[in-house]
Design a protein around this ligand. Structure first.
Ligand code: NDP
Length: 449
C-alpha cells in the first residue's frame, strides 16, 4: 500500500490534505485488499485515487466599486461508479486543488455509505464571501455558474453547499443555471423550499452527526441526556448540531468562528441559539458578539501561534468538531481525553489529524469519522434529488425519519465492517471499508473505465 501512497504524493506534490485522506483510507482497507486479489489485478486503488475529471476555470466578476476581480473555480469529478458525481461547493480563501481533492475523495466513500446511488465530487473557489455585499456574492455566483453549467446536470453532477455556500449562494447559482440551460431541474441541492428544496436539508448534517453520536453512546448504554458537549464552528453544521443536542437534552457549551470561540458555562439554550442563527445567517456578524450579548459566556480569540486550541480543553463528555479540517491535533485530542470525552462525532470533514485519531482509538473513545458522522447532509441531498425526480415533496417528519434511519444504518454498517475485518468498535476502519467495497465492486463490474 505504501507504493500507492508514494504514487499519490509524486503525482500530487504539496497536496498534503489529499495525501492525509488517502493515507487514512489505505491503512483501513489493507485487510480488504489482502483478501481480494481481484481488486489489485484491476488496479482499483490506482484508479480510485485519480479523479475521473478535474475542471479548473477563471471566474471574473465586478465588485461594488466597479473594479474587476478574478478568482479561480474548481470542480473535481472524483468517481461516478455508483451514481452521478455529488458533493458540495466551498467558497473560502484557503480553497486549492489539494483541499478539494481530499474533500472529493472523502465524498466517494461517504456517499457510498449513505446507501443512496451517488458518486463523489467536490468543487468551489478561493472567493471569500466574508465582508462582500449580497450583490457582489450574486455577481460572483453568476460568473462561477457561467462556466460550471456546461459540466453539471441532474444525471451528471449535482453540487450542493459547503463552507461559505449556503441558501443564498445556492439560489444565485441555481438562477443562473436555469437561465443558461432554459430548464428547471434538480441540478443543485440545498435549494429553497419554494423552488425544489427539501425540508430538513439545512438541518441534515448537524442532526445526522448527533443521531450518530446517540447510536454510538447507546452501545455503552448511555444517552445524550445531560451530556456536556463541545461544538466548534457556528455555521450550518454547528447550528443544527446544537439544535438537535438541545432536542435530546444535552448541554452544548461552546461554538466558534475562525477568529475565536465562546464558552458559555450556562449552556447555549434555544433563545441563545436563535440569537446565534440571526447573528450568523442574517446579520453575518462574528461570534464575539455572542459574549457581548450573554454575560455567562467568555470569548477567547484564536492564537495562531498556539500548539493547541483551548476550545477542546473544557470538561465535556462529547465533542462535535463542525468547522474545518485538522482542527483537532494530537494535543487537543489528549486534552479531550484528559477532560473525560466519551464520544467524538465529526460534523466537519477530516477535522482530526492522524495523531489525534490515534489518541482517540488508543483511549477507546467512540470516534465517528466525518465520512460517517456528517453523511446525513449528502443523504438528504440524495432525498432532495429523489423528490425532484418524482416532482413531489415529503413532509418534515418523513424526511427526518429517513435521515434518522440512514444514520442508524451507517452506524450499523460501520460496526459490522469493523468487526468483520478484525477491528471491532473501530468506526473509522468500518466506514472506510464499507464505503470502499461498494465502490470497488461497482468499478470491477464496469470494466476498465
Ligand atoms: P459554514 O460556512 O456554514 O460554517 C463554517 C464555520 O466554520 C464558520 O463558523 C467558520 O468561521 C468556521 N471556519 C471555516 N473555516 C475555518 C478555518 N479555516 N478555521 C477556523 N474556522 C473556520 O460551513 P458548514 O457549516 O457548511 O461546514 C462546516 C464543516 O462541515 C466543513 O468541514 C464542511 O466541509 C463540513 N460539512 C458540511 C456539510 C453541509 O451540509 N453544509 C456536509 C458535510 C460536511 P468563519 O465564519 O470565521 O469563517
Amino acid at each position: 500500500m505504501s507504493d500507492i501512497l508514494q504514487l499519490v504524493k509524486d503525482k500530487n506534490p504539496g497536496e498534503h490534505e489529499f495525501h492525509q485522506a488517502v493515507m487514512e483510507v489505505l491503512a483501513s482497507i489493507k485487510p480488504v485488499m489482502d483478501q481480494n486479489p481481484a481488486y489489485r489485478k484491476a488496479k482499483i486503488l490506482e484508479r480510485i485515487v485519480e479523479p475521473e475529471r478535474v475542471i479548473l476555470f477563471r471566474v471574473p466578476w465586478m465588485d461594488d466599486k466597479g473594479e474587476f476581480q478574478v478568482n479561480r473555480g474548481f470542480r473535481i469529478e472524483m468517481n461516478s461508479a455508483i451514481g452521478p458525481y455529488k458533493g458540495g461547493l466551498r467558497f473560502h480563501p484557503s480553497v486549492n486543488l489539494g483541499i478539494l481533492k481530499f474533500l472529493a475523495f472523502e465524498q466517494v466513500f461517504k456517499n457510498s455509505l449513505t446507501t443512496l446511488p451517488m458518486g463523489g465530487g467536490k468543487g468551489g473557489s478561493d472567493f471569500d464571501p466574508k465582508g462582500k455585499s449580497d450583490m457582489e456574492v450574486m455577481r460572483f455566483c453568476q460568473s462561477f455558474m457561467m462556466e460550471l453549467f456546461r459540466h453539471i446536470g441532474p444525471n451528471t453532477d449535482v453540487p450542493a453547499g459547503d463552507i461559505g455556500v449556503g441558501g443564498r449562494e445556492i439560489g444565485y447559482l441555481f438562477g443562473m443555471y436555469k437561465k443558461l440551460r432554459n430548464e428547471f431541474t434538480g441540478v443543485l441541492t440545498g435549494k429553497g423550499l419554494g423552488w425544489g428544496g427539501s425540508l430538513i436539508r439545512p438541518e441534515a448534517t448537524g442532526y445526522g452527526a448527533v443521531y450518530l453520536a446517540a447510536e454510538m453512546l447507546a452501545t455503552r448504554n448511555k444517552t445524550l441526556e445531560g451530556q456536556r458537549c463541545l461544538v466548534s464552528g457556528c455555521g450550518n453544521v454547528a447550528q443544527y448540531t446544537i439544535e438537535k443536542l438541545l432536542d435530546l437534552g444535552a448541554k452544548p457549551v461552546t461554538c466558534s468562528d475562525s477568529a475565536g470561540y465562546i464558552y458559555d458555562e450556562a449552556g447555549i439554550d434555544r433563545e441563545k441559539l436563535a440569537f446565534l442563527m440571526d447573528l450568523k445567517n442574517v446579520r453575518r456578524g462574528r461570534i464575539k458578539e455572542y459574549a457581548d450579548q450573554y454575560p455567562s459566556a467568555v470569548y477567547t480569540p484564536v492564537d495562531p501561534t498556539a500548539d493547541f486550541n483551548p476550545l477542546w480543553n473544557h470538561p465535556a463528555t462529547c465533542a462535535f468538531p463542525s468547522a474545518t479540517q485538522n482542527e483537532i491535533n494530537g494535543k487537543d485530542a489528549q486534552n479531550l481525553v484528559k477532560n473525560g470525552v466519551m464520544a467524538v462525532s465529526e460534523g466537519a470533514n477530516m477535522p482530526t489529524t492522524p495523531e489525534g485519531i490515534d489518541i482517540f482509538l488508543e483511549h477507546k473513545v467512540l470516534y465517528a469519522p466525518g465520512k460517517a458522522a456528517n453523511a446525513g447532509g449528502v443523504a438528504v441531498s440524495g432525498l432532495e434529488m429523489s423528490q425532484n425526480s418524482q416532482r413531489l415533496s415529503w413532509t418534515r417528519e418523513e424526511v427526518d425519519r429517513k435521515l434518522h434511519n440512514i444514520m442508524k444504518s451507517i452506524h450499523h454498517t460501520c460496526l459490522s465492517a469493523a468487526e468483520a475485518y478484525g477491528t471491532p468498535g473501530n468506526y473509522m476502519n468500518g466506514a472506510n471499508i464499507a464505503g470502499f467495497v461498494k465502490v470497488a465492486d461497482a468499478m470491477l463490474d464496469q470494466g476498465l473505465v
